[in-house]
Structure formats: structure tokens, C-alpha cells
Design a protein around this ligand. Sequence first.
Ligand code: SF4
Length: 273
Amino acid sequence: MASGSGIEWTEATWNPSTGCTKVSPGCKNCYAETMSRRLRAMGQPKYRRGFKYVEHPGEVDLPLSWKKPRRIFVNSMSDLFHEDSTTAFTARCFDTMLRADWHTYQVLTKRPDRMAEFSGMFAEVAGCDIPGFVWMGTSVESSEFTYRLDELRRVRCMTRFASFEPLLGPLGRLDLSGIDWAIIGGESGPGHRPVEEEWILGIIDQCKRQKVAVFFKQWGGPRPKSRGRRIRGRTYSAYPRYSKRNPLRGAGLDVERFELVRPGRRRKVPARM
Ligand code: SF4
């Protein structure tokens, strides 16, 4: 389904797949899990398997039908790089993004190793890195998971972002090289875990020093807007600078060639006919 979004840093959500599996403490109060179960109870066919990972081929082309440019959060209800995701399906989603290039896409994962692997295949098939209007990001909730930023740096793309939400602890020193944008937010909803001001200020300060655009989304609390989004009297709502150029305009992606460049099945890829 097409959808507007209440998420401050995006304008629409597109969920070609739904469902997921928890991988780290940031997943504990997963919003997508709660919503999936609710939508199943309401009888929504797309969620009849609840929070199990499911690909929906019928929704892959959806952004092509949205004529007005939007900033689109890809898979707010899932993770495009889930262990059960298929390369062919992911490639089809990227093909849509390249064909509907009047939009901007935000692809966020907690599995940046799989994202990096896919981006390598993309580069081999397309002959270029993932273009700048497709932002590739990963979530880091605590210092234990800052290694995800290293994996994100391996992603063959032009625009990278980090989501420090739900922020569960101090992150210490951060290497933000190669990162263009940072989202920061405390947790919201039942059972939310409190965030501390100094954790947030520590990230904002490092973003300023390392020239990373910052978006402070929320303090969190029982509801997302419980405590607003001002910190020390300021609102941080910056977005990254990025290139809108699409080197594959008019060509899209040759999805079938991904099969030929899958790791473990590496062999020379025939030239595009
Ligand atoms: S990776 Fe994201 S969608 Fe998946 S369980 Fe964790 S928080 Fe939920």
C-alpha cells in the first residue's frame, strides 16, 4: 500500500516486503512487529503471516505510480536485507528505484554486511555504484554495534546514513567518515528505554566536527511526540547533500544478471545485449 508517513524524516513509506527477525537490543520494542500483529488481527491480507518475512511482488512497482517526487522510506515494516530476502527480489526493488528516479529513497538495515554484499553485485551488474538519490543506511543503537558503520562504509553507494535510534547508551568516539547524514532518536512506546541528553549531545558534537548533517528526531517516551524534538533550545532537521544524477536512466537494472554474479557462483558476466 502507498502510504504517507508520520516519521519526521521521510514523506512516504513503501513496503515491498514485510516482517522481520530480531537481531539486536534495538529490536526489542520493534514498531513493525507491533503493527504487523495489529494489521493481521484487522484482517489485512498483506499481514496474514504476521511478522514473518514475506516478499510482495505485486508491490514492487508502486513508486512508479507516484508522480509527485517524494522522499520514500523503503521497508518501514521490514528489512530489505533480511536473511530470507532473495537477491532477485532485492534487485527488482532497486530496478524500480532506478526507473522511478524522481523520488529519493531511504534504505535502512540492521544487516549492513548483506547490504554491502548486494551493493557489490549491483556495481558489477550496473557498472556503477548505487546512485546518490538512493540513500543507504544502517542502525546503531549502542557502542556494541558501531562496527555496523564500518560495514556501511563497504557499501558501494554515493550517499550513506546512520540511524542512532533507539539510542540505548553512550556511543563514545565515532568514526563518521563516509557518512553523510545522522538520525538520532530516543525510544518511544510501551516499555521505552530512556535516553540521556549527554548521549545525544555527544553524537551531535561529533557530527558537527566531522561535517555530517544531523536530524534529531525525538526524545521519545510513551508516544513519539511525548517530549518533542528540541534539545538545548534547538531543533536539528538537516538532510544530506546528494547527487540526483541517475547514470542508469532509461536502462534500469538487468535483474537476471544478478544470478550470475552471486557470491560463490562468480563467473564472467555476459555483456548486456
Ligand atoms: S531489524 Fe528493524 S524491522 Fe527487523 S526486528 Fe529489528 S527493528 Fe524490527
